[in-house]
Design a binder for this molecule. Structure first.
Ligand SMILES: Cc1ncc(COP(=O)(O)O)c(C=O)c1O
Length: 400
């Protein structure tokens, strides 16, 4: 049969219209195109560590390949890995976590998707901060739920608080999605406030889903995990950031004991299992040699933060809340521009510095903000500051 030259367009599901492009990826595409054309670009846009997995993890991957450990695993993940994740929660955050509650997933992305699949009915609302990680809205929309973004500002460290969540809770709300430390602001929720947030959702029969993908990248304090706040709290984690394994696609979700079977059923059908090779390799993350290296690299991130935050302030940006985790700074660029999107494009094209405009993270004053990722070397950060010093236009207003 001949293949039709102009087949009719397929009718798309309505939800696709509610899912916006992941703009940082578009920006990275443009930055790469400029590099291909011979330009030198300083990348401060993507939230991806410049480090790779620790040597014991790479060795464990090679050993797993050689041993032919490439078949499907259990849908919930390798038992030994679930145990190791639970042990890490105890060692790093002092919580007693039953490994049976750990579901290993293809990154925190699959963890958040699974949680929405299990908990969000069509039309159900999920509360989240604005600004927040852009995919959060789309995880909810993918199951025909309704993401409700609540503007947050410097006064609450760019995070939701219990009173605000209580004020926005209606009969249509099914739960709240939090991230601490947050992307794009690098700020954490104080633990007592997190406990109050959980209480607000619990008292209304709703769920609390806490994204702790950056929890091990906390500076100046020992982070506490939402796992400690009750077995009804769902908590997502990942090997992407602290363990520098972004492309390996491995994370986890801690689920309430009574829901393990439901999550197993969903994981079996939607994913079969997470990558077997990545799981075997990830076991080595928790070996003392690897953990020592990861902690050393966390200190390196902290040193980068300690350099870049004052340097940006000195350039004229306002940073109203000191970031205390992850590898992001949320900058107020209103001293230079009323349009952070145009400003970011111009900065990329003219100064060769790639930052992400606020519009990627929500609709609350996005034109005032830029996100800088310091998941890159100090040398690159110095270079970026030099380029910006030479490029920045005169200030038109005082920041803030
Ligand atoms: C807050 C947040 N949650 C989830 C993810 C997804 O991470 P993963 O690579 O584990 O899927 C990211 C990635 O940048 C993130 O910033």
């Amino acid at each position: 049969m001949p293949v039709p030259l102009h087949p009719p367009a397929l009718q798309l599901a309505a939800r696709t219209a509610r899912i916006e492009p992941f703009r940082v990826m578009e920006l990275v595409k443009r930055a790469r195109a400029l590099e291909h054309a011979g330009r030198s670009i300083t990348h401060l846009s993507i939230g991806e560590p410049d480090f790779t997995a620790a040597p014991p993890v790479v060795a464990a991957l090679k050993a797993a390949v050689d041993a032919g450990a490439t078949g499907y695993t259990a849908a919930l993940g390798l038992h030994a890995l679930r145990e190791a994740i639970a042990r890490h929660a105890g060692d790093a955050h002092g919580v007693d976590l039953d490994p049976a509650r750990v579901v290993v997933t293809a990154g925190a992305s699959a963890a958040l998707l699974l949680a929405c699949c299990a908990l969000v009915d069509p039309g159900a609302q999920v509360l989240m901060a604005d600004p927040c990680y852009p995919c959060n809205r789309h995880f909810v929309s993918a199951f025909d739920g309704v993401p409700v973004t609540i503007p947050v500002g410097a006064g609450s460290r760019f995070q939701l608080d219990a009173a605000t969540v209580a004020a926005h809770w209606t009969a249509a709300v099914r739960g709240v999605l939090l991230a601490t430390p947050s992307n794009p602001t690098g700020t954490s929720i104080a633990f007592d406030e997190l406990a109050r947030l959980v209480d607000v959702a619990r008292a209304r029969g709703g769920f609390t889903l806490v994204d702790e993908i950056y929890l091990d990248l906390a500076y100046g304090h020992r982070p506490q995990s939402a796992v400690a706040l009750g077995s009804d709290v769902l908590v997502a984690g990942s090997f992407s950031k602290f363990f520098h394994m972004t492309g390996w696609r491995l994370g986890w979700l801690v689920v309430p004991p009574a829901l393990v079977d439901t999550f197993e059923k969903l994981a079996q059908n939607l994913f079969i299992c997470p990558s077997a090779l990545a799981q075997h390799a990830a076991l080595a993350c928790f070996e003392p040699e690897a953990m020592a290296l990861y902690r050393q690299r966390r200190d390196e991130f902290q040193a980068r933060r300690d350099y870049i935050v004052p340097a940006l302030r000195e350039l004229g940006f306002s940073i109203p809340v000191e970031p205390d985790g992850a590898f992001y700074v949320y900058l107020d660029c209103s001293a230079f521009t009323a349009d952070s999107s145009a400003f970011a494009s111009q900065m990329l094209e003219e100064a060769g510095v790639a930052l992400v405009p606020g519009e990627d993270f929500g609709s609350h004053q996005p034109q005032r903000w830029l996100r800088l990722s310091y998941a890159t070397s100090l040398a690159h950060l110095h270079e970026a500051v030099q380029r910006l010093r030479a490029w920045l236009p005169p200030r038109t207003a005082s920041p803030g």
